[in-house]
Design a protein around this ligand. Sequence first.
Ligand code: NAD
Length: 502
Amino acid sequence: MRPVVRTTSLFIDGSWTAAADGRERIVTNPFDASDLATVPEASTADVDRAVRAARAAFDAGGWAHAPAARRAAVLTATADALQEHREELARLETLDTGKTLAESRYDVDDSTAVLRYYAALVTTEAGRTVDTGRPDAVSRVVHEPVGVCALITPWNYPLLQITWKLAPALAAGNTVVAKPSEVTPLTTVRLFELLQQPLTEAGAPPGTANLVLGGGAVGAALAEHPDVDLVSFTGGLSTGRSVMRAAAETVKKVALELGGKNPNIVFADSDLDTAVDYALTAAFLHSGQVCSAGSRLLLQRGPDAQFAAAFTAELSRRADRIKLGDGLAKGTECGPLVSADHRAKVERHLAGALAEGAVLRAGGARPDDPELQAGYFLRPTVLTDCHPGMAVVREEVFGPVLTVELFDEEDEAVALANDTPYGLAGAVWTKDAGRAERVAQRLRLGTVWINDYHPYVPQAEWGGFKQSGTGRELGPSGLREYQETKHVWRTLDPAPQYWFSD
Ligand code: NAD
């Protein structure tokens, strides 16, 4: 079934509305470039109105000081609504991003789990008391909401990324202005539709959760706005830098989840078939458009370089068999890239890599299949003979391009893995438990998988070392990002101290 064109709106101060100046943008399906929706393009006036609504809702105090159980109930009801609309949301996500339906369903379930996790966490949080060393004084440390939070998200995991931010932000008692990527805004719009009833039933003021749509200028207007107290941003490194600069003017709190150039280290004692299988998932899930994609394979040569040779042969054979197609169709293993511009960028990286001496072992071109000509497809690509000096090894490509580098010793693998400005995620494959732990300890990464790739749970923190970001999402730290910490000291029966003579 092909979609009908939907018209969506901004959500400001409790009402769905068009952009103040009437501007609109068309959102397309990356599978066939067909139109999916018309969405308003917010102006700075719309952003200002949304921020003022969020400010007024926060300052009114009704939400910030609502019992945690009431805020948790909003999250739980929204989680229930996501599950009720699971199939609809998954289809919409696939239409908007091109990813397979199986992946989109996973994203809906993960978003649901994150909402439930923060609903539970916030109701068990009560700060802590601290020993004052005095019988006549008590001291406690409490956590309070930061204020107005701008939540800016990218196009690759639209529903999941906004939920990772929205759930802890609302749980903590903040008010929010969300801005999804202009490329894939549709499930965020639907999430806001589903959020309305729970918020209203909880008695939250109308400006508690606002939604603005549009491109980088809308995000920049939020990052600069003096009434925004916190910016939580997920996206590319250079955009992250400009968000940080804009936020500096009023010393906003900033949480950044940026890119990665993630190493997948495979030692020669690994089971070859299993490690190849996971290397493919690491690199080509969602056509490699994943911040934690295992886009750098570091492969141990093994005796006479036999292991590396057999591994790359099998990897390339299987990469060439990956079935591209419509994310909605049964049997599709990989969808298209998200846009024509993005595919062109990935192709430039690929041409540069070949010019620098990389050897093409799989993919490297658009598919021939006539049914895939309208979409933004690129075949899963394996490049060998790569070395750390190459741009394709250092820069985030964010597409289905896997580079292979070889090593002999453990120290060399660690040095290669850490030789990048990024530090988001990566994996180590070996049957030697001691080596696995040693390597995991030495990797400068926010997430390390041992003999696995990609799994995570809402209870465990997610984020980057080095230039992959600041702060953490998920886990208890993900809630702390949206909280100020306050120390309250109370003297029970004060008497004059006479520091100064009377
Ligand atoms: P992007 O940086 O181009 O855009 C991200 C968001 O920022 C979009 O909503 C965009 O409209 C907005 N934006 C653009 N310019 C802005 C500005 N000057 N000020 C404020 N906001 C602005 O990123 P993208 O292309 O949408 O997403 C891909 C990037 O996201 C990749 O680098 C990927 O690694 C990263 N990412 C990171 C994580 C993580 O958890 N670390 C997760 C997903 C994606």
